[in-house]
Design a protein around this ligand. Structure first.
Ligand SMILES: Cc1cc2nc3c(=O)[nH]c(=O)nc-3n(C[C@H](O)[C@H](O)[C@H](O)COP(=O)(O)OP(=O)(O)OC[C@H]3O[C@@H](n4cnc5c(N)ncnc54)[C@H](O)[C@@H]3O)c2cc1C
Ligand SMILES: *[C@@H]1O[C@H](CO)[C@@H](O)[C@H](O)[C@H]1NC(C)=O
Ligand SMILES: *[C@@H]1O[C@H](CO)[C@@H](O)[C@H](O)[C@H]1NC(C)=O
Ligand SMILES: *[C@@H]1O[C@H](CO)[C@@H](O)[C@H](O)[C@H]1NC(C)=O
Length: 624
């Protein structure tokens, strides 16, 4: 039995997640049997969202939505509410599988075909702990997009983030005006949510609930943060400056992806919605005379095909692929496009304004038991998982979250500049993690080798800087749509970013002084990246060096098709998300954010999609 289970497991894991067998073999026998059972059940559910997949596409649709990610699934579901509109949703990836539903397995998904596997361009000042000084930038390539690869952490961001969008000349985007859209998608099960004017929605399709059955580390983190002066509270309510157990996109015992939220419920019920999987959109067709979008070209099964759009094309391909596709279609910086032999149709700052959140993780040892993947995967844990509880429901081990305004004037505004979140496990308990981050083997050994050998209990804090000032850029590498674009994040280009990062790291250290962390004997792991050994241990110079090494992305790429008025030369779309200078073409995804919000963007991307769907319905005179 064990041998069979082992075989199934190894095959499944290597196939699913391109793990090499030696890594897979490092799990104990018990774990293998357990995962095999999960996968067996998974097989039965594999085609859950096999929704009206048409091999025969129509020649023409009313709307074509490019990309079935967080935004795309929501848009397709909302637009097809009008039975008179024919809607096509095109996705480069394949369907979701049951393994992807399992929150603890999140790291593995970065190793498989469901990830685009982008990497940043090499740098001499960041990502220094990563192979070739390049950070991995995972991105979902699957029905549900990055909402299938993500850590399910649910945040709205701050009121000021949206008010600033509105102040930049984007009518309709202030926080108060957006509240109905937050509530439209939110299906909140947060029992002690803030019930004031900003209260969450409870009837929307996107499930939100607290993680449960957390580790002792999470309890210590919440208590220590309070001891350090933060109130406990609903960080999605009126006051974001608080600490809490994580609110996550979990529902019915699984990950709650956009696919599951918006498309499963209409499976087989919307004959006017067609979904085309495993099809890469290679170009948006734009008439060079009228400057009007009229369709797309897609590559599927080695075949190129044209599909026309009667009303609009909506690009929801995410903050890396959206600028790539726009540029391939002649929408972008004219000079850059000409260099590649692409005729510019609209000279716009596509690919600029790239923003992200980084968090140089810190590892702490403790005398309490932390989450250990190999020991967690036992029969009881899996039994619990099938009942929707237990540690396998923790998204990659993320358990609790807190928001600080380290700058006093930001504190006065209630606008956080640093978030710290707690993950109840160490890098050394999960072989997928160092692969997902792409850590240099020598640095991994220097930092985590001993922990791994001695199986030391450890946990991780991530101080994430919320409002970085550096801006990066996405550029085309070539005219080939199958070639990855070039990614220049420019982390730390603005000195503020390194400064606030170091202060975030120092705030983590302060938490260790609090009674709750002392009670579990929490101590920073006394290991350095070799190149940082010349700095005084724990000095700000040391932390700066450390941050330049562990420049860990939290995957919040955004801003590359910025929303703003025509008068703003850096704007790509207007406040109704229409591309400036091109008719019948919109962008609706994380690319449109003028400034990245102070939190995790998956929820805000639902917000963008819901508002976009409403604006499109208004513009085409459809009243539900
Ligand atoms: C590993 C990871 C962890 C994260 N953790 C969190 C978290 O805990 N909380 C949070 O709030 N946010 C998190 N995020 C970020 C969040 O998931 C994203 O911001 C959000 O999903 C972006 O939505 P989107 O619609 O803009 O793009 P995506 O969801 O990435 O969707 C784009 C879709 O378009 C498809 N596509 C792209 N190009 C083409 C093409 N040419 N033809 C056809 N299809 C195409 C892609 O395959 C993809 O399915 C995380 C992201 C990642 C990758
Ligand atoms: C929850 O899961 C059960 C069993 O798998 C299923 O029957 C039910 O429809 C699901 N509910 C939702 C809201 O998806
Ligand atoms: C950050 O900048 C402030 C203001 O210039 C300075 O006082 C502080 O020492 C800096 N902190 C770090 C960690 O660099
Ligand atoms: C952990 O360490 C703390 C502080 O030294 C101590 O008070 C506590 O008893 C220890 N707990 C265990 C389980 O060893």
């Amino acid at each position: 039995m064990q041998t069979v289970a082992r075989l199934i497991f190894l095959t499944a894991l290597t196939q699913c997640c391109s793990l090499d067998t030696t890594v897979a073999q490092s799990y104990n026998e018990n774990a293998l049997g357990v995962i095999a059972e999960i996968l067996r059940r998974g097989q039965q559910q594999m085609d859950l969202e096999g929704l009206d997949e048409r091999d025969q596409l129509l020649a023409e649709y009313d709307f074509i939505v490019v990309g079935a990610g967080t935004a795309g699934c929501a848009l397709a579901a909302r637009l097809s509410e009008n039975p008179k509109w024919k809607v096509l949703l095109v996705e480069a990836g394949a369907g979701e599988s049951y393994v992807m539903d399992m929150p603890i397995a999140v790291h593995y998904l970065q190793l498989g075909e469901m990830n685009w596997k982008y990497r940043t361009q090499p740098s001499t000042s960041y990502c220094l702990a990563m192979n070739d000084n390049r950070c991995n930038w995972p991105r979902g390539k699957v029905m549900g997009g990055s909402s299938v690869l993500n850590y399910m952490m649910y945040t709205r961001g701050n009121r000021r983030d949206y008010d600033r969008w509105a102040e930049l000349g984007n009518p309709g985007w202030s926080y108060d005006q957006l509240l109905p859209y937050f509530r439209k998608y939110e299906g909140s099960r947060i029992q002690d949510a803030d019930t004031g004017p900003t209260h969450p929605g409870v009837r929307g399709p996107v499930e939100i609930k607290y993680v449960r059955d957390v580790s002792r580390v999470a309890d210590a983190f919440v208590a220590a943060s309070q001891q350090a002066g933060l109130p406990r509270g609903d960080y999605n309510g009126e006051s974001q400056l608080s600490v809490s157990y994580l609110q996550a996109n979990l529902g019915n015992g699984t990950r709650w992806s956009s696919n599951r939220a918006y498309l499963y419920p209409i499976k087989g019920k919307r004959r006017n919605l067609h979904i085309k999987k495993k099809a890469l959109v290679t170009r948006i067709l734009i008439d060079p005379q009228t400057k009007s979008a009229y369709g797309i070209k897609l590559l599927s099964n080695g075949r190129m095909q044209k599909v026309l759009a009667r009303k609009e094309v909506i690009v929801s391909a995410g903050a890396i692929n959206t600028p790539q596709l726009l540029m391939l279609s002649g929408v972008g910086p004219a000079k850059h496009l000409r260099e590649l032999g692409i005729k510019p149709l609209a000279d716009l700052a596509v690919g600029y304004n790239l923003q992200d959140h980084i968090a140089p993780l810190l590892t702490f040892t403790t005398n309490t038991t932390t989450l250990r993947l190999n020991e967690m995967l036992n029969v009881n844990a899996v039994g619990d998982f099938f009942r929707g509880r237990g540690p396998l429901m923790l998204p990659g081990g993320s358990e609790a979250i807190s928001f600080y305004a380290l700058d006093a004037d930001e504190r006065a505004k209630g606008w956080p500049d640093v978030e710290i979140f707690a993950v109840g496990t160490g890098l050394h308990f999960n072989p997928a993690l160092r692969l997902a981050f792409g850590l240099k083997p020598a640095i991994y050994q220097a930092m985590f080798g001993e922990l791994q050998r001695d199986e030391v209990n450890a946990f991780t804090l991530f101080p994430m800087i919320l409002r970085a000032r550096s801006r990066g850029r996405i550029k085309l590498q070539s005219r080939n749509p199958q070639q990855h674009p070039l990614i220049y994040p420019n982390y730390f280009h603005d000195p503020y970013d390194l400064n606030i990062t170091v202060r975030g790291l120092e705030q983590c250290m302060r938490l260790m002084e609090m009674p709750a962390f002392r009670a579990i004997n929490a101590r920073i792991l006394e290991k350095q990246p070799p190149a940082c050994r010349r700095y005084k241990w724990l000095s700000s110079e040391y932390f700066a060096c450390y941050a330049r090494h562990f420049t860990v992305t939290i995957y919040h790429y955004s801003g590359t098709a910025k929303m703003g008025p025509r008068s703003d030369p850096s704007a790509v779309v207007d406040a109704r998300l229409r591309v400036h200078g091109i008719d019948r073409l919109r962008v609706a995804d994380a690319s449109i954010m003028p400034y990245l919000i102070a939190g995790h963007p998956n929820g805000p991307v639902y917000l963008i999609a819901e508002k976009a769907a409403d604006m499109i319905k208004q513009d085409h005179n459809y009243i539900a």
